[in-house]
Design a protein around this ligand. Sequence first.
Ligand code: NAD
Length: 417
Amino acid sequence: MALKVAAIKEAAPGERRVALTPEAVGRLRAVDIEVLVETGAGAESWFSDDAYEQAGATVLDADDLAKNADVFVSIGRPDASMVAALRPGQTVIGLLRPLTDPAYSAGLATAGVTAISLDGLPRTVSRAQSMDVLSSQASVAGYRAALTAATVYDRYFPLLVTAAGTARPAEVLVLGAGVAGLQAIATARRLGAVVRAYDVRPASAAEVESLGAQFLRLTSVQAGAGEGGYARALTAEEQQAQQDELAAHIAKHNVVITTAQVPGRRPPLLVTEAAIAAMAPGSVVVDLGASELGGNVAGSKPDETVLTAGGVTIVGAGNLASDAPAAASAAYSRNVCALLTHLVHDGALVIDLADEIQAGIVIAHEGAVVHGPTNALLNPAAAGEPSTESATPDSSSRQDTGGDAANTDPANRGRAS
Ligand code: NAD
């Protein structure tokens, strides 16, 4: 019998994406997976129930879905009513944020549900790249960040020479040149802006310059590359020096787009109140790091646009991927298909914690939390000691490889995906 994988309707307010698109149905059938879809799950991404049915999926209401599916895929976390309906042996796959809310995953473990969280994927493992939802969603968010900035900014992005005179191009500064930042740079360049960018990882300079932008080299901060291609957290002194030196650059730009994240930490504050006060009226700041934990920009609020007394518009853009739900869902869905193809053999989900990819993403299995970093948060007293909860022959390797997973959890980094 084929494994039944269900795409649920997202629970988070304002979330417009869906984890599987109709295109996934054929791909998954080819590996003996049957697709179920909750009624209306794709509507906000313009994928109708009919489109899923025509592709060969079965559309069901939430109750029937809970009864019939073996695996539930989502973008965010299933809500409490959905979790209450789950039974032992079922599996949930999504961005579960185990490192900011380990109790949620512990609850799934207690219910006997296998929890797989895509934010722990080891991103530098080349065979995991096709499953990398953090990159696919960050790329959409970076693109939308540049478009959002261009729309909110009350002047042109490109240089325009017209009979009515010449309009100077916008000067755009992108802070943080990871996946989202590079996409924001490329998009702002395509719109004709003059773009500069800064990142604490010196390796990003070549990538920035290859997109036709200028890389800012700060003199006050040492290189900040950490593990796994990510940035390290700066010391308080470094952070202060960075903010001070950046402020002078920020004041010279019309638009600032911030995308800086440090795994396991609140997003670093890069744009202070003083820096915003020094910007010209009409300037625009888009903060992709905006979250309940705080963002890259003083005064930014998630999903809110704030106009300062000095005439600077601050857009708190914590979930911009959801603003382009059709593109974001299509990419997420392909990532999920790649993951399921990796996990499913002969119509069954095969959990193997010795696998480097699974060690990063399998959080709960067979009634226990099996992910080392999540266990360390749940049992701080035992942290550093072998876990008693999952003391199986596999658990030591899980503990080790899971260390990287802790560093890749975007939830701790304060964003939805
Ligand atoms: P991220 O979302 O964790 O952070 C965004 C950017 O913010 C990073 O470039 C980081 O260096 C920067 N940053 C953090 N603190 C900063 C500060 N104080 N000041 C300025 N910038 C700061 O990063 P990401 O987009 O997920 O990518 C992280 C790394 O992973 C990059 O090196 C990227 O190329 C790499 N990556 C590799 C693969 C792969 O090998 N397959 C896939 C995806 C990403």
